[in-house]
Design a protein around this ligand. Structure first.
Ligand SMILES: [Zn+2]
Length: 245
C-alpha cells in the first residue's frame, strides 16, 4: 500500500511502502518508490522507548498527497497546507511541506485541447520559514490521514510498539508496588501466600538479601508442606514471620 513518508535522511517526503521483518515483525523497512533497496530506511521497535517516539514515527506517514490540477489556481485558498517540490543543492527537486500563500496568475494555454496552468504558486516553506514558489506540476494538497487510511502493516507495528512500551511501564510499576507489598508481607496473617515462586524472589530482593541468605530455604519447603494442611496453616502462619526479622 502506497504511503507518503518523511525520510530520516533529508526530512523530505517520498512515496513509499512498508514491510515488517524479523521473527516477530520488530523491524519496519521503508521502501521508496523509484529508489533501490540500498536507500531503504529501517526502524527497530526496540529503539522506540517512549509512546512519544511512536507518535513521532506515526507523524512521518500519511496518505499520498493529491497533485494540484490545472484549474486549482483559481480555487485554492491561502493558508492551505501543501507539499511542493523545492530545488536542492545537487539540482534535484525534493518535496517539503509549505503553506500556500497565493498565485501569480498567468494566462493558461491550451495544449492538445487540454487547459494547462502557467501560474506561479507562492509558498512559505515550513521547515526553514523561507518563501518560495513552484508551478502546478510540483505542488500537492496534503491530506489529513487517519490510522484506518494507512497500511495495516504499519498500524500493527505502531500498536505493538505502544503495547510493549505500556507493558514495560506496567512491569516497572508492578515491581515498585511489589516491593511495597513484600515489605508489608511479614505482617500479613498467611505466610503460605508468601511462598509462591513469584513472591519468594521479590521478597528476598525487597528484604535486601537472597532467600538462602536468610536461611529460610529449607524452612520454606517445610512450611509450604505444612501450610498445605489446613489444620496446620494457622500454626505455619504465625511461626514463620520470624524469618523476616
Ligand atoms: Zn493557473
Amino acid at each position: 500500500m502506497a504511503l507518503e513518508f518523511r525520510s530520516y535522511k533529508d526530512d523530505a517526503w517520498y512515496d513509499a511502502r512498508v514491510v515488517t521483518e524479523g521473527r516477530r515483525g520488530t523491524r519496519l523497512r521503508i521502501k521508496f518508490f523509484n529508489f533501490g533497496d540500498d536507500q531503504d530506511e529501517f526502524v527497530h521497535a526496540k529503539n522506540l522507548k517512549k509512546l512519544q517516539d511512536v507518535d513521532v514515527l506515526r507523524s512521518r506517514f500519511r496518505k499520498i498527497s493529491v497533485q494540484f490540477q490545472d484549474t486549482d489556481c483559481s480555487r485554492v485558498e491561502p493558508g492551505l497546507l501543501v507539499c511542493a517540490a523545492r530545488p536542492v543543492g545537487d539540482g534535484d527537486l525534493k518535496f517539503y511541506d509549505a503553506v500556500f500563500r497565493g498565485v501569480v496568475k498567468k494566462e493558461h494555454q491550451i495544449v492538445k485541447g487540454v487547459e494547462v496552468c502557467k501560474c506561479t504558486f507562492i509558498l512559505d516553506w515550513i521547515d526553514n520559514g523561507e518563501s518560495g514558489s513552484c508551478t502546478v506540476e510540483n505542488i500537492c494538497r496534503v491530506q489529513d490521514t487517519s490510522d484506518e487510511e494507512l497500511d495495516p502493516v504499519l498500524i500493527s507495528f505502531l500498536n505493538k510498539a505502544r503495547e510493549r512500551i505500556e507493558s514495560t511501564f506496567c512491569t516497572r510499576l508492578r515491581i515498585t508496588s511489589g516491593d511495597v507489598y513484600d515489605l508489608r508481607a511479614p505482617h500479613k496473617a498467611s505466610f503460605s501466600q508468601m511462598l509462591s515462586d513469584a513472591s519468594r524472589s521479590t521478597a528476598a530482593m525487597a528484604l535486601g538479601g537472597s532467600v538462602e541468605g536468610m536461611g529460610a530455604d529449607s524452612d520454606s519447603l517445610r512450611i509450604s508442606y505444612e501450610a498445605a494442611d489446613p489444620k496446620k496453616r494457622y500454626k505455619a502462619s504465625f511461626s514463620q514471620p520470624l524469618v523476616f526479622e
